[in-house]
Design a protein around this ligand. Structure first.
Ligand code: ATP
Ligand code: MG
Length: 595
């Protein structure tokens, strides 16, 4: 279960780090007490001592907050694989809301969770479930609760139900329909199911306590009429169960042991327990019942994780779709170049707690940097090109040069390229009037020679001048080279220079589209208080450049990550990159220098 060693032969050193947290302590205590040790399924098969689930509603694309929940739930199943009868995590689609859910979202969710490195197969059995698979059982259990006098049909309008629920300081008022007999309730419920009533005519409510201090327990609605098509059950149903009823029952039917959710469900926990206890009394379930535990959701600075707001960004075309590399969606951060390992590492580092807090975006970025440092091959890329002409270099000569693919993995081999008379260098690496502390290229002035720099893995050059166009814009830099200064030769040590520039040969460079991304928002809390998150959008979060890359780039496959020396990490775009039309996205810089 979980990530097999086979799929992940080089787990990051952080990955085995198992930091304890309050959930692990609960599971450890349950294991020590043997709480779930003797359970068997309907076929008499022993059940795992730890079963968790990840229960998204298929009404949008998953985002980085969901990744925290995925890594937590699937991670627990992976880490407790040695518990009695093992452990597993179910992939469950919480698809009780007919109109908002779509198969497109189901597919994207499956894709995202698999990509993060998890699966839901144990002993060859797939544990992919849908709440809609339980509609028949949910209906039967609702009838059982009606028979037991624990549920009733209410025929008040939605407004009346809302008003009579009361609020914090005000107790609720019993519905005039609260004392209908079980027989009358059953008949009405069956007629609701049979489609005899329009939407909103009746609802089924639990009969708990209209003056309970916890408003959630004031006779919650558990079924409503919705004449709507469902993505899996079609038109079979016109009544649909609500979350609080469905979720705990789905957990119990799947023999979930630890049902982990975010803190906003804390008030719903007594209802979770109430429903399962009531069904236990009806003989439907038995101990040990699943238990709900809450943890603090991920709040990430410079990002928004509301599905509604993310949808708005997409629909108003403020980003280039769900998988825009600036989006905090899993498809977005994947396209940005994040690896599954980096996201798992991030989730390990932020940990799990019961206290709400903010995690800085730089923590996510650092996790990617730390993962890619050891993995990404190096290459030269000139992002804002300026021509460099070495006037004393032979017109036809092509000097072979090479550099390691990775400075700490000589075994990965070397990149081969050539140096010629005309090169591309970074426009920023030349200044007509150097500012203090600028050690790169600048021309001779007032009898002082121009600066000397090393062309990495090539020769030392000295700047001799530059050309400008009619507007005074620098269009080329001139230099001379020192033939005995080649990198790797003993004589090269005679040259001491402060600048060390990357470059590409203008004759053999590969032209590429490079997309430079920055944070989507300039405000760390773009949607806090009554701020409009659209006001905080960074107008410079995307810049498209035409860059020149060294020839070894020709072999790069889509989704391969590379370190462009001195610039940072880049990924070959998984959609648009081809060997004849290379496209790279900026992932993250070499250092955290976001201000
Ligand atoms: P909605 O508002 O549409 O319900 P949601 O973000 O709760 O959105 P779900 O599909 O219900 O989306 O979420 C699936 C699971 O992911 C839930 O268990 C939820 O608690 C968890 N989850 C959602 N957002 C976060 C977050 N920011 N941090 C951690 N877990 C999250
Ligand atoms: Mg939700």
């Amino acid at each position: 279960m979980g990530m097999s060693e086979k799929k992940n032969p080089n787990p990051s050193k952080f990955e085995t780090l198992e930091v304890s947290n309050f959930l692990r302590q609960i599971i450890d205590a349950d294991l020590a007490a043997g709480k779930h040790a003797k359970r068997v399924d309907q076929a008499g098969q022993a059940l795992p001592s730890v079963i968790t689930r990840f229960p998204p509603e298929p009404n949008g694309y998953l985002h980085i907050g969901h990744a925290k929940s995925i890594c937590l739930n699937f991670g627990l199943a992976r880490d407790y694989a040695n518990a009695p009868n093992g452990a597993r995590c179910h992939m469950r689609f919480d698809d009780t809301n007919p109109s908002k859910e779509e198969t497109e979202y189901v597919d994207s969710i499956i894709d995202a969770v698999r990509w993060l490195g998890f699966d839901w197969v144990q002993n060859g059995v797939e544990h992919q479930h849908y709440a809609s698979d339980y509609f028949d059982q949910l209906y039967a259990f609702a009838e059982a609760l009606i028979e037991a006098g624990k549920a009733y049909i209410d025929s008040q309008t939605a407004d009346e139900i809302h008003k009579n629920r009361g609020n914090f300081g005000q107790l609720g008022t019993n519905s005039p329909f609260r004392n209908r007999s079980p027989a009358e309730n059953i008949e009405l419920f069956r007629d609701m199911k049979a489609g005899k009533y329009p939407d909103g005519a009746h609802v089924l409510r639990l009969k708990i306590d209209m003056s309970h201090p916890n408003i959630v327990l004031r006779d919650p609605v558990i079924y409503r009429i919705r004449h709507a098509h469902h993505h899996r059950t079609g038109d079979k149903w016109c009544i649909y169960p609500l979350y609080d009823f469905t979720h705990c029952i789905s957990d119990a039917l799947e023999n979930i042991t630890h049902s982990i959710c975010t803190l906003e469900f804390e008030n719903n926990r007594p209802l979770y327990d109430w429903v399962l206890e009531a069904l236990k009394e009806c003989g439907v379930f038995k101990d040990p019942l699943p238990k709900q535990y809450e943890f603090a959701r991920l709040n990430l600075t410079y990002a928004i994780t509301s599905k509604r707001k993310l949808l708005q960004l997409v629909e108003e075309k403020r980003v280039d779709g769900w998988d825009d590399p600036r989006m905090p969606t899993i498809v977005g951060i994947r396209r940005r170049g994040f690896t599954p390992e980096s996201i798992r590492l991030f989730c390990e580092r932020i940990g799990v707690s019961k206290a709400d807090s903010w995690i800085d975006m730089s923590v996510l970025e650092q996790a990617l940097r730390d993962d890619l440092e050891a993995k990404a091959e190096r290459a030269f890329a000139v992002l804002k090109p300026l021509k460099l002409i070495i006037d004393n270099f032979d017109d036809q000569a092509e000097e072979p040069c090479s550099a390691p693919k990775h400075p700490h993995h000589e075994d990965w081999g070397r990149r081969e390229f050539t140096l010629s008379k005309e090169l591309w260098i970074e426009a920023d690496d030349f200044m007509v009037e150097p500012i203090k502390g600028f050690f790169r290229l600048y021309p001779p002035k007032d009898g002082q020679p121009g600066s000397r720099v090393r062309l990495r893995h090539g020769f030392v050059i000295e700047c001799t001048g530059y050309d400008t166009d009619a507007n005074g814009q620098v269009i080329a830099v001139h230099a001379q080279y020192f033939a005995d200064s080649k990198s790797g030769t003993p004589e090269s040590n005679n040259y001491k220079v402060k600048g060390n520039l990357h470059w590409v040969n203008a004759r053999s460079a590969i032209k590429a589209e490079v997309r430079i991304y920055d944070r989507l928002f300039t405000d760390p809390h773009p949607d806090s208080g009554d701020k409009n998150f659209l006001d905080a959008m960074n107008p410079n979060s995307k810049e498209v450049l035409t860059a020149y890359l060294e020839p070894s780039i020709a072999d790069v496959q889509a989704e391969q990550r590379i370190q462009f020396e001195r610039h940072g990490y880049f990924v070959a775009d998984r959609i648009d990159h081809t060997s004849s039309n290379p496209v790279f996205n900026f992932c993250v810089g070499l250092k955290d220098n976001w201000k």
